[in-house]
Design a protein around this ligand. Structure first.
Ligand code: GLA
Length: 764
C-alpha cells in the first residue's frame, strides 16, 4: 500500500496489491481522474491520459486555448456551470445567488491510518499500518468554500474509502445544494449496472441492465435508505461472472436519502456519483461552519463478483461493525412477534420461553406490544416508561422469569416514532416533524419525532437508558416503521428547512451511538419494517439487522442472495417462521426454513406450542447443528454458486472456513420437478489439494453419508463415506440431481416443492 505525489507531474498515485488509483492536478487547478483499475507500477508518468484536443463546439477553459475543456476531462470533484455539462459532484449557491463554483487544488496531506468522520459512521482501522489516507484540500476562490477530499487505501483489501468535508472559509454564508461523497469518471461505458431493489417484504432483489447513454440511478427520498433501493451499486464488465472479471462495487455508509447515479455522456465516459440525495437537500454554511459528508466505499476487483463481495464482507464485518458482539457468536433467538403480535401475557411468554429452552434456543425477545396502551399499532408508541397490565412484573420481572428458564432476555423498541394516542404525543406534539398548516401523513398510525433536535435525542437517550439499565436486558431490536414525510422542523429557520432529512439521520446516529456506548454488552439488532434500513450506516452501531418482514424460505433465498453482494452473513437477521407463512401463505418444509436461515444469525419466530413433538425434535437438532457451525457461518468466506435470479428453479451458496478445512453448501430447489434434469454443484473456495469427506444433512440436520438422489435404495446406515478432493469438488462438481419427484425409494426422503440439502465438507 502506498500513496505518492509526484510534484513534477502533479500526480497522485494511490495503490495496493489490488488496484491503482491515479489523479492529477489539471492546468486550472481542478483535480482530474486518470485511472482506477489493476495495479500499475509506481513512478510512471500518466500525462498521456487526459487527451486534451480540439473538438468542435466544445467549451474551453481559457480564451485563445482550444484543447482544455471540462466537458472532456475526467474529474474528481466537478461542479456545474463552467463547461462541464454533466451532473456535478458539488453545487454551491453563494450569497449573491450564483450557482457557479470551481474547486481548485490548495494542498494535500498523506497520513498513516484513517481519521474518524465527525458525527457519522465510517470504517476504521485498529492499527495505523492497516491503511493510509490522502487528504486533498480544494478551494473555490470566490466564495472561499473549501472541500477536503479524503481517500483511504487499505493495505490488505481492494478498498478505497472516500469522503468529503465542506467548510465555509469565506466571509459570507453559502448554501450547499449538492455534495456527493464520491465522483468517479470512468473512460468507457461498457458496463452492466447492478442494483438491489424491491419493496417492503421483497427487499434487495438483483436487477441488472446494460449502461446506456444518459442517466441511470437509484435513490431514496424516504428519509431512510429504504426497502425500495439499497445504497449499493455494482458496475461490472458484461463478461464478468461470480468468479472472474472486472467489477466496481460502490457502497454508501449512510441510512438516509441517498443517490447513486451513473451518467454516460455522449463520448461514452461514465460518471458515477454517490452521496446524500441532492433532491430536497440544501445546507446553509455560515462562515466557519463545516458539513461532513458520509463515507462511500469503492471496491475494485479483477476476480469476479464473489471476490468483490468478500472485500465488502471483510471490511464491514471487521472494520465497520464494532464492539463486544462484532466477533462473538450470536445467540439463537426466538422472537414473539410472528407468534403473538400484540396478544401477549406474561404467562404465555414464559411458556414459550420454556419450550424454546428445550429446543436449544438461547435468547427470548419480546417484540412489540409490551408498553402501556399498546394492544394494537394504533396506540402507545412513545411511552417507553410504563408496561401493559398483561405484564404484572414489569419488564424486569419478566426478564428475570425468562432468565430463570435459562434464556437471555431481549426487547423491541421503536424510539423514533409516536402514535397520536400516546402520552408522549400529548406532552410533546411540538417535537414532531410536520409542515405548518398542513395535515400530517401517517404510516402505520405513526408520526416521526424530529431527531434533528438535541432535546429530543436527549429525552430518548434518558428514557431508553433508564429502560435498558433498569432491567436484565441483553438484546435490543431497534425498529423504524415509516418513511419520513412533511420534513419540516419547527426548530429551524426557513432557510434551513433543506437540512431536516440529514439532521434527522445525524440525530439518529448520535442517539444510537450513545446507547451502544452506554450498554456495550447489549446486542443491538436494527430493523425498519424488516429491511427498510439494511445499510452500512446502521451496521456501525448494530452488528446485525432484520433482513425482511417476509420470512418465507423461498422469498428469503432471493433476498439473502441479493443482500450477500455487499453485506456479510454476520449481519443477516434470519429466522425460521411458521407455515403457512404469514406474508405469503406458502408452505415450505421446516428443514428448508432452517437451511436458509442458517446462513445468517439464526433464530425463530413461531409458536412452538403449535408444533408436533417431531417438529420440536427437528428444531432441537437444527439448533444443535447451528451451534456446531455458527462460527463458520459468522466468519467463513461466502460464495454464491447458483443464482435464484437466473430462472432455473434452483439456488445454491456455500461458506468456507478460513483454513479451508470445513465448508457447508446450501442447495435449494424451488418447485419440484418430475423426471428433471441432471445437476452438478461446483463448489468454490476449497483447497484443491485437500480431500474432503462429503456429508449431506437430512431433515433433522443430521450429517449423513453423501448419497446422490439417484442412488436407489441407498441406506445411510451402511453407505460408505464419499471422499473427494477440493479439485474435484470445484472442477468436476458434486451430482445433486433429483429424480425422485415425490416417490419414496429406499432410505431416501421423497423430495417436495422447496426442498433443500446442506452438503457438509470436512478435510480429512
Ligand atoms: C415491524 C418489524 C417486525 C415487528 C413489527 C412490530 O414490522 O419489522 O419484525 O417488530 O414491526 O410492530
Amino acid at each position: 500500500m502506498s500513496i505518492s505525489f509526484d510534484g513534477k507531474t502533479k500526480t497522485f498515485h494511490l495503490k495496493n496489491r489490488f488496484f491503482s488509483y491515479v489523479m492529477k492536478i489539471l492546468p486550472n487547478g481542478q483535480i482530474g481522474q486518470l485511472y482506477f483499475g489493476k495495479t500499475v507500477e509506481g513512478g510512471r508518468v500518466f500525462d498521456y491520459l487526459p487527451e486534451p484536443a480540439y473538438r468542435p463546439m466544445s467549451s474551453y477553459v481559457s480564451e485563445g486555448e482550444y484543447s482544455f475543456s471540462l466537458e472532456h476531462v475526467r474529474q474528481e470533484y466537478p461542479s456545474y456551470g463552467t463547461g462541464d455539462f454533466r451532473h456535478p459532484a458539488v453545487g454551491i449557491r453563494s450569497a449573491d445567488g450564483s450557482r457557479i463554483s470551481g474547486f481548485a487544488y490548495e494542498g494535500h496531506r498523506i497520513t498513516a491510518g484513517k481519521p474518524e468522520l465527525s458525527g457519522l459512521p465510517a470504517t476504521w482501522c485498529e492499527d495505523e499500518k492497516e491503511a493510509e489516507t490522502l487528504a486533498v484540500t480544494l478551494r473555490d476562490p470566490l466564495t472561499g468554500v473549501e472541500a477536503e477530499l479524503l481517500y483511504t487505501v487499505f493495505a490488505e483489501l481492494p478498498v478505497l474509502a472516500r469522503s468529503v468535508r465542506i467548510t465555509n472559509e469565506g466571509p459570507d454564508s453559502v448554501y450547499v445544494e449538492q455534495a456527493m461523497s464520491l465522483c468517479l469518471d470512468l473512460p468507457d461505458a461498457n458496463y452492466d449496472w447492478i442494483q438491489f431493489s424491491g419493496a417492503w417484504a421483497r427487499e434487495r432483489h438483483v436487477r441488472t441492465r446494460r449502461l446506456q447513454q444518459g442517466i441511470q440511478s437509484v435513490e431514496s427520498t424516504r428519509g431512510n435508505s429504504s426497502h425500495v433501493h439499497n445504497p449499493f451499486v455494482i458496475l461490472k464488465r458484461p463478461e464478468t461472472t461470480e468468479l472472474s472479471g472486472e467489477a466496481y462495487g460502490f457502497s454508501l455508509i449512510y441510512s438516509g436519502n441517498f443517490l447513486a447515479q451513473a451518467e454516460v455522456d455522449t463520448w461514452d465516459v461514465t460518471r458515477f456519483t454517490m452521496g446524500i440525495n441532492p433532491f430536497g437537500f440544501d445546507w446553509k454554511l455560515e462562515q466557519g461552519e463545516a458539513l461532513q459528508l458520509p463515507e462511500a466505499v469503492m471496491v475494485y476487483t479483477e476476480s469476479g463478483l464473489n471476490a468483490m463481495s468478500h472485500a465488502f464482507h471483510t471490511l464491514y464485518r471487521t472494520r465497520l461493525a464494532r464492539g463486544y458482539w462484532q466477533t462473538k457468536e450470536r445467540p439463537i433467538l426466538i422472537n414473539s412477534w410472528e407468534c403473538m403480535t400484540f396478544d401477549i401475557t406474561e404467562e404465555r411468554l414464559v411458556r414459550l420461553a420454556k419450550k424454546a429452552k428445550r429446543c436449544g434456543i438461547e435468547l427470548f425477545v419480546l417484540d412489540d406490544g409490551w408498553f402501556k396502551g399498546r394492544d394494537s399499532d394504533r396506540r402507545g408508541l412513545g411511552d417507553w416508561h410504563e408496561v401493559r397490565e398483561c405484564l404484572p412484573g414489569g419488564i424486569d420481572g419478566l426478564a428475570r422469569k425468562i432468565e430463570a428458564e435459562g434464556l437471555k432476555f431481549g426487547l423491541w423498541i421503536e424510539p423514533e416514532m409516536m402514535n397520536r394516542d400516546s402520552d408522549l404525543f400529548r406532552a410533546h406534539e411540538d417535537w414532531l416533524l410536520r409542515a405548518p398548516g398542513r395535515s400530517m401523513t401517517h404510516c402505520r398510525n405513526e408520526f416521526a419525532l424530529d431527531l434533528g433536535r438535541q432535546e429530543v435525542v436527549d429525552y430518548l437517550f434518558d428514557v431508553l437508558s433508564g429502560l435498558i439499565g433498569g432491567s436484565h436486558i441483553s438484546y435490543i431490536k431497534w425498529d423504524m416503521n415509516r418513511s419520513i414525510t412533511e420534513a419540516y422542523s419547527a426548530a429551524l429557520p426557513p432557510e434551513r428547512q433543506g437540512e431536516v432529512m440529514h439532521r434527522y439521520i445525524l440525530g439518529l446516529y448520535q442517539l444510537y451511538g450513545r446507547l451502544v456506548q452506554a450498554f456495550p454488552e447489549v446486542l443491538f439488532e436494527s430493523c425498519a419494517s424488516g429491511g427498510g434500513r439494511f445499510d452500512p450506516g446502521m451496521l456501525y452501531y448494530a452488528p446485525q439487522a432484520w433482513l425482511s418482514d417476509d420470512s418465507d424460505a423461498a422469498e428469503r433465498i432471493l433476498m439473502q442472495y441479493g443482500t450477500s453482494y455487499c453485506y456479510p452473513l454476520s449481519s443477516f437477521g434470519t429466522h425460521v417462521s411458521s407455515v403457512p407463512n404469514g406474508q405469503i401463505y406458502r408452505y415450505t418444509p421446516l428443514h428448508t426454513r432452517a437451511n436458509v436461515a442458517f446462513f445468517g444469525t439464526y433464530g425463530y419466530e413461531l409458536d412452538l406450542e403449535e408444533l408436533t413433538e417431531e417438529e420440536l425434535d427437528q428444531i432441537r437438532m437444527h439448533t444443535e447443528f447451528m451451534k456446531k457451525y455458527r462460527r463458520l457461518f459468522l466468519t467463513g468466506t461466502f460464495y454464491r454458486l447458483v443464482s435464484p435470479f437466473d430462472g432455473k428453479n434452483l439456488a445454491a451458496w456455500m461458506v468456507v472456513s478460513e483454513d479451508k478445512k470445513t465448508a457447508v453448501a446450501g442447495w435449494y430447489k424451488l418447485l419440484n420437478e418430475v423426471n428433471g434434469p441432471y445437476h452438478r454443484l461446483h463448489m468454490c473456495g476449497l483447497d484443491s489439494s485437500y480431500s474432503y469427506c462429503v456429508k449431506q444433512t437430512d431433515r433433522y440436520s443430521r450429517e449423513m453419508p453423501y448419497m446422490p438422489y439417484s442412488a436407489e435404495a441407498a441406506d445411510p446406515e451402511t453407505a460408505p463415506d464419499t471422499v473427494l478432493t477440493g479439485d474435484e469438488l470445484m472442477k468436476v462438481g458434486l451430482p445433486v440431481s433429483d429424480c425422485s419427484a415425490g416417490e419414496k425409494r429406499g432410505a431416501l426422503e421423497p423430495s417436495c416443492d422447496f426442498d433443500s440439502r446442506l452438503y457438509v465438507m470436512h478435510a480429512v
